[in-house]
Design a protein around this ligand. Sequence first.
Ligand code: FES
Length: 106
Amino acid sequence: MVKIIYVEHNGARHEVNVPDGENLMEGALQNNVPGIDGDCGGNAACATCHCYIPEQWEALTGTRSEQEDAMIELADTAKPNSRLACQIKASAALDGLEIHMPATQH
Ligand code: FES
């Protein structure tokens, strides 16, 4: 299990354990974390799992695919550190990762 901390725009924190290898959108849904809907089922096609990655974790969470990039560009709330939670898999290296949600997701 990998400890992931989901932080809502209002500061509410949800610390949950996500199975190794599971994506962070699924991890949120399985643990009833509000603010991540996962409408497309994890196919990088809806951006309802949009989140921001703190700078110190960016290198460990990898880079966006072309598809992910295209979806994020459509989001009004996009920032340089935007990612889609469905495109990040939990792993031991991410234990303690905090991901932050945009104000539009609550
Ligand atoms: Fe649709 Fe992540 S669940 S983009």
